[in-house]
Design a protein. Structure first.
Length: 108
């Protein structure tokens, strides 16, 4: 593979990963996403940029792809936790309604 082609593939991978992972990084600051995966993603993206600087294009591409994967894992974990919380809230609401219905049934 031609050296310029490797360069452009690496630059493209780092750019795309940076853009696609950006929302996760922003939401991660608010505690929306799990910090471990976001920290890994940020470190890998930083390492990918450093690899670009030293012209290790293959490593830069791999690190950028891994950073994006870690950001997506963080997003999936956050969505899973959000669904779990919604299910807990719904269960509590149902229990409250049942208790209220039982209380009203006892009165009548």
């Amino acid at each position: 593979m031609h050296k310029n082609q490797k360069l452009w593939q690496a630059v493209l991978a780092v750019s795309i990963s940076s853009a696609l992972a950006f929302p996760a990084f922003v939401y991660g600051q608010s505690g929306t996403y799990p910090p471990t995966e976001l920290r890994l993603a940020r470190e890998e993206l930083d390492s990918a940029r450093l690899a670009l600087d030293v012209r290790d294009y293959e490593r830069a591409r791999r690190l950028a792809e891994q950073a994006l994967a870690d950001a997506r894992v963080a997003e999936a974990r956050a969505e899973t936790e959000s669904v779990r919380q919604a299910a807990r809230d719904l269960r509590l609401t149902i229990e409250t309604l049942r208790a209220e219905a039982a209380r009203l049934a006892a009165l009548y």
